[in-house]
Design a protein around this ligand. Sequence first.
Ligand code: GRF
Length: 326
Amino acid sequence: MREKINLAVLISGRGSNLKAIIDAIKKGYLDKVNLRVVIANKDASGLRYAKEAGIPNHIVHRIVDGEKIPKEEHDKKIMEILEKYDIDLMALAGYDQVLQKEFVNRYEWKIMNIHPSLLPSFGGTLHGQKDALDYGVKISGCTVHFIEEDVDTGPIIIQAAVPVKDDDTPETLADRVLEHEHIIYPKAIKLFSENRLKIVGRKVIAEEELKTVFISNPMYHMKRIGVTEDAVEYLSEKCRMYTVLVENITPREAMILKQEMLSIGGDCAVPKECILNNLMLTDAILIGNRIQLKILIKNLKQQVFNLSKLGEELEMLIKTMGEKEI
Ligand code: GRF
């Protein structure tokens, strides 16, 4: 297996799953994936994501001069493109056409699809969420599976469950399911690209290992794993560490600062003479995240000496954070 797999994504519509895959590549989550080409069977709006990202894209029209061309003929044209790009994996993402036998056999276990229901329930349809809702299920979800000749029956790679709410409409349910599609599709592609999927009979065994990785874009990853928007905003403040140099305070003020910071989980670097020398002015370095600095500011405003003034200074500084770093 080569170092990076060559991926093709096939779409017919809005392309939100394509976007999730492109983002996952850009942010380094899919670091073993080359998205070589995006193919649509009509003028799909989702093609714009490929264009924006500079990814080669093709439309192979199914309807030519008002007439549908035979599926086999259409498949053949697609296969020619896939050959040209030396494709290892194909991801169908809202592709509304059933691939024919020859295609499926040629790319056995190299074609994935995402379906908006917990298969085998509500398969073989383009409105799985509505059917699930009409049926009255309490849990819906989505499935990434390999393609075999029959529709929506291939071995299941990953599924995500989504609780149905009493007041759900097909649209609200579809939106919540879609959020999970954007999580599990890139994950399934990642497992494939790392050669960690084994097909045993009808079962797909995913060799997942516990691991830890340093990340430089925590907000992307929080969204990627499904953290709620409010929590992403709050937690992103915790991810931002700040070090602030405070000049010309008394050693006593510096010690109070250190105590305040320690009490909220941050710290403050002070010179070792601080405890002994009460007369001369000194400097200190505050170490904390944005939330801790905000709490410190609130606490300092109630404090004695020059500390309430320092609270106001810090408040100004935090407002212009980023612009005023030295
Ligand atoms: C998704 O719900 C997918 O599960 C289904 O078609 C829809 C495509 O959405 N197969 P998008 O084009 O990726 O936004």
